[in-house]
Write a protein that binds this ligand. Structure first.
Ligand code: GLU
Length: 484
């Protein structure tokens, strides 16, 4: 097999979003599985849509995910550079001249207004709108005259008659299109900049791209591209068109979908882990052979096979993402988990009076539970909020048994005499209360938990009390007992 070379070719029109990140990821996994190269090319020919910093942001989040290009504008291979389309205009020009000379392409002087009128006419007659080839029939003298007048023109391809464009899509199988369904499309716009369908062919060929994985929205572009490969007499790369990502309502995930976070930057900000995102996205449209779902990068590269890319849409399952991220969070060394949570805690609470040990202990308490960094903020509120409130359901529980008051009093009296307020000593007091107040299981733990934290579920009780500190715990116990 020749060396695999694939590319991810974003337009720098915004931040890296889920759809693009998945395209990049599958190209990357495929390349690395076959020991090939993964190339980043910037498709910036739609100049009006380019945004400042778009390329940097793409790169930053590819890096964050660990999808590192072998070649890119920042890391060019001189044999293939440059890697930004707007720096390759002279390359396209050379091929345009050749197409014009050979009669495969022609200049079109029709104005947008004329094209629009024709478009309307065709539609009103129930025809599929397409260019009427008016300029194909201009004589060389007419063309020269119009050029002399300085009239703007586009360059159109002369679509061959009666051709069939067939290919074996790596995901969808056999696909075929007929040239009769395709109008003469524009290769080069009036501003001299090539269109996507044109530039992509020149680039993929001159960069020795062997395989192309991209979104299914590009399927209908593929015959246009194959048409050019044939005119140039070039080998066509293998194509694989990935199915849509849909939301939980089975609707195509759109950038305006308020229910699903779209951008890698948002996941980073919330404290998702890049290795978990990498793992999760690999399962969006690809599945391994067995039941395993947690894979590190190397095992994904090893397991990846283009034959197991899905033919049906893949659902973006938020609960699954939370589960995957939680799995990775649990495995983190504590200091990494602390780093993940700290910015969120610092933003939400005043930590100035808390020791480093206390903060670390607090964070550690939630490592098993949280599914992303920022999720710790509401969970730890009870350790910061002086306004102590008991939830309604919990309050009902406190009033459900007459022995609860006694249990809390016994426990409070034991704590008063406790000098060293550590979880082990607190635990010993809970055990002592069990005997003295004759309260077991739920009737022991639940009243204490509710009276001190206000809620019915939480992390280890003795640890929670240690973190709250003796004064707060006694104060809350006293107040709760007074309500019983
Ligand atoms: N610039 C195109 C896009 O962002 C690339 C399409 C392709 O991979 O051919 O959709």
């Amino acid at each position: 097999m020749e060396k695999v070379r694939v590319r991810y070719a974003p337009s720098p029109t915004g931040h890296l979003h889920i759809g693009n990140a998945r395209t990049a990821l599958f190209n990357y996994l495929f390349a690395k599985h076959y020991h090939g190269d993964f190339i980043l090319r910037i498709e910036d020919t739609d100049v009006a849509r380019n945004v400042e910093g778009g390329e940097e942001s793409q790169l930053k989040y590819l890096n964050w995910l660990g999808i590192i290009p072998d070649e890119s504008p920042q890391h060019p291979n001189p044999k293939y550079a440059p890697y930004r389309q707007m720096e390759r205009l002279d390359i396209y020009q050379k091929y345009t001249n050749w197409l014009l000379e050979k009669g495969y392409a022609y200049k079109c002087f029709c104005t947008p207004e004329e094209l629009e009128v024709e478009h309307q006419r065709q539609e009103s007659e129930g025809m599929a709108p397409r260019y009427n080839r008016k300029c194909l029939y201009l004589t060389p003298e007419e063309v020269a005259e119009k050029e002399k007048q300085g009239l703007p023109y586009t360059i159109r391809i002369k679509v061959p008659d009666n051709e069939v464009y067939e290919f074996d899509d790596m995901i969808r199988g056999h696909v075929s299109f007929e040239s009769k369904d395709i109008g003469d499309w524009v290769l080069v716009k009036a501003n001299g900049i090539p269109t996507y369908n044109y530039a992509v062919v020149i680039d993929d060929h001159t960069m020795d791209i062997t395989h192309v994985f991209r979104g299914e929205e590009h399927l209908s572009n593929t015959p246009k591209q194959i048409m050019l490969y044939k005119m140039f007499g070039w080998e066509v790369p293998k194509f694989g068109h990935m199915t849509l990502i849909v939301n939980e309502n089975h609707k195509k995930l759109s950038k305006r979908d308020a229910n699903v976070l779209q951008f890698m930057s948002q996941y980073e900000e919330l404290g998702y882990l890049p290795q978990a995102m990498f793992n999760f996205m690999a399962l969006l449209g690809w599945s391994p052979e067995g039941e395993q779902e947690i894979f590190d990068k190397d095992s994904l590269i090893e397991a990846f096979s283009e034959t197991r890319l899905s033919k049906s849409p893949s659902m973006f399952d938020k609960a699954k993402l939370a589960w995957v991220n939680n799995r990775y969070i649990k495995e983190l060394p504590l200091e990494e988990f602390v780093k993940l949570c700290m910015p969120h805690l610092e933003k939400a609470y005043d930590l100035s009076s808390k020791s480093k040990e206390w903060i670390e202990k607090l964070i550690a308490t939630y490592q098993e539970q949280v599914s992303y960094g920022a999720e710790i903020v509401p969970l730890v509120e009870l350790f910061f909020n002086n306004k102590f409130e008991i939830e309604a359901e919990a309050d009902e529980f406190l009033h459900s048994d007459p022995n609860i008051k006694n249990t809390l009093e016994v426990f409070a009296n034991l704590l008063v005499n406790l000098d060293d307020f550590t979880k082990d000593n607190i635990f010993a007091c809970i055990k002592e209360t069990q005997k003295t107040a004759n309260a077991k299981g739920k009737m022991l733990y639940m009243p204490i938990r509710i009276a001190t934290t206000g809620i019915m579920h939480g992390p280890d009780l003795a640890v929670s009390l240690e973190l709250l500190g003796k004064d707060v715990v006694l104060e809350r116990l006293k107040n709760t007992i007074n309500t019983l």
